[in-house]
Ligand binder design. Structure first.
Ligand SMILES: Nc1ncnc2c1ncn2[C@@H]1O[C@H](COP(=O)(O)OP(=O)(O)O)[C@@H](O)[C@H]1O
Ligand SMILES: [Mg+2]
Length: 342
């Protein structure tokens, strides 16, 4: 059943500000387009600093479309904002709080997936003052801030080949992202894939496998979708990184394996509504999970939406599925409350 009204709650950003933040405005446009297609009334509400309790006045039967994101360096704000929606007791789209807490933390996600037998990039928590991890994980290495997304912190040269460079990069990240653990992983040289998931009638629909291709990269340049590749128009890596879709008929086993891993990641991380899993092949061609994105980008040009449209969804039908999942998750939490108070 379609809701009477949707409140699109989004992070209040300047269109010409940080590109990784301004991107939320494209997501707003996409959700609005979907709701127009569905003829569902909506209101779009910018929320400053995650203070959803001040900005939102939900009425009975409203659903919040949660586009509350976190600025670079403040990753916990996204989780806190979802916490506010949870406290307000309203249905909200995307993943529940627990899944957001888990997937925002790259180390916890890696550990949980590995414990379930899913291959992840060799690596772990890196302490530049006690760099023993470097003895266990072979070079080259890539270093990331443990709670960031959108390739924040993956600017400049995040891939290093020497111990000295790893320690120096680790120290820089600690200074830039205080309070966050540092993740160091073996740099996986193989192909990179992103797979979107949309929840339809309670079940995950695994979307076509997309590959990020690196066109005419010099041999010595790491093939990564770092900060510049994602956000700096005109940069070599931005211009030379292209999304392609993997031909299932040509590579049936690879596609089937990646889809199955994605399905398991969805279940293990407890995502809901929609998600995207990022993977890379290792030297032996084994797909390893880099991360699970609960509430990934949902603009019209996003990997998730483009993949969905390829298999017959429309923007409206994706949004309808996400709204239905929100109602379902809300009813499940009501049910829990009822059980607890019984
Ligand atoms: N272990 C790795 N090996 C090779 N490339 C990696 C590795 N980890 C991350 N990358 C590159 O960095 C990009 C961003 O890393 P990811 O873990 O997905 O974080 P984010 O949340 O910032 O997207 C990936 O899309 C990939 O290109
Ligand atoms: Mg990613």
């Amino acid at each position: 059943m379609m809701p009477k009204r949707v409140l699109i709650a989004h992070t209040d950003v300047a269109p010409d500000g940080d590109p990784s933040m301004a991107d939320v405005l494209d997501e707003v446009c996409c959700v609005e387009k979907g709701l127009e297609e569905l003829s569902v009334p909506f209101e779009t509400i910018p929320v400053a600093a995650g203070r959803a309790w001040e900005a939102l006045e939900p009425e009975d039967d409203d659903i919040i479309f949660n586009l509350l994101e976190a600025p670079p360096g403040r990753p916990l704000l996204q989780i806190a904002a979802a916490g506010v929606l949870e406290l307000l007791g309203v249905p909200y789209t995307g993943s529940r709080l627990a899944s957001l807490v888990l997937t925002t933390d790259k180390l916890s996600t890696r550990a949980l997936l590995a414990s379930e037998g899913i291959a992840v990039a060799p690596g772990g928590r890196f302490d530049p003052e006690d760099p023993r991890l470097l003895d266990r994980v072979s070079a080259p290495w890539i270093l990331k801030a443990g709670f960031e997304d959108a390739s924040v912190g993956l600017d400049g040269e995040p891939v290093v080949r020497t111990r000295e460079a790893a320690v120096a990069r680790g120290r820089q990240l600690i200074e830039r992202f205080p309070g966050q653990p540092i993740v160091l992983e073996h740099y996986l040289p193989g192909r990179e894939f992103n797979v979107g998931v949309v929840e339809v009638d309670g079940d995950p629909v695994i979307l076509p496998v997309a590959e990020m291709t690196f066109i005419d990269y010099p041999d010595d340049m790491p093939r990564i979708v770092g900060w510049e590749a994602k956000w700096i128009e005109g940069h070599f890596s931005y211009d030379q990184t292209e999304r392609a879709f993997t031909d299932e008929e040509k590579e049936p086993e690879l596609v089937a394996t990646i889809r199955e891993i994605t399905r398991r990641c969805w279940a293990i991380t407890g995502a809901s509504g929609y998600a995207r899993v990022d993977l890379r092949l290792d030297e032996a061609g084994v797909p390893c999970v880099l991360e699970v994105n609960a509430n990934p980008c949902i603009s019209e040009g996003s990997g998730l939406m483009v993949a969905a449209v390829r298999v017959g969804f429309t923007v409206g039908s994706v949004i309808a599925s996400v709204l239905q999942a929100a109602q379902r998750a809300h009813q499940a939490s009501d049910h829990q409350l009822a059980v607890q108070s019984a």
